[in-house]
Design a protein. Structure first.
Length: 166
């Protein structure tokens, strides 16, 4: 590790953000994935893969909508972070991206470590169960799933309802 920036300068802390006006913490808490290890690698691969697939398929030619999804998810998780004591929201952000991709690609079959085969909409839930088995706090994954679901509902489900609007 280079130790150029300390995680203590990046984490989400409402008092430091709103009273000391350290506004960068609103963004930087989504950028820290921990020290180099399995969790770091997992988050980097999933962010790259599912962001790329969303951008190339669901958001093709709609860059502003893609950015708006990021902003919506960030705002949703930041508000939720005020009530749940979490200092880094990067894994929740990753799960949100995976959730949106999985709901927009419901017929893709997934294979988890060669042990489990399932349809794409179950991927966030499988990842949450795996996170639980690794001993991680699953509230992080639940926040990502909630943010992804609210975005998916408002963007893809509600506009198709009888009185829905776009």
């Amino acid at each position: 590790q280079l130790d150029i920036v300390s995680p203590f300068q990046l984490y989400f802390h409402p008092t430091l953000i709103f009273k000391n006006l350290q506004l960068w913490r609103l963004i930087t808490n989504f950028c820290f994935f921990g020290t180099f290890g399995f969790n770091f690698f997992f988050n980097m691969v999933f962010n790259y893969r599912y962001c790329r697939m969303l951008e190339e398929n669901s958001f093709r030619g709609r860059t502003s909508d893609f950015a708006l999804m990021f902003i919506f998810g960030g705002c949703f998780m930041t508000l939720a972070g005020l009530f749940v004591n979490m200092v880094f929201l990067s894994q929740a952000f990753t799960i949100m991206i995976v959730y949106v991709w999985s709901r927009r690609n419901p017929f893709i079959r997934m294979n988890f470590f060669g042990l489990l085969t399932f349809q794409a909409p179950y991927l966030p839930w499988v990842l949450m169960a795996f996170s639980f088995l690794l001993g991680n706090v699953i509230i992080v994954d639940a926040m990502g799933i909630a943010a992804g679901h609210v975005y998916y509902f408002l963007e893809d489900v509600f506009p198709r309802q009888r009185n829905g609007f776009r």
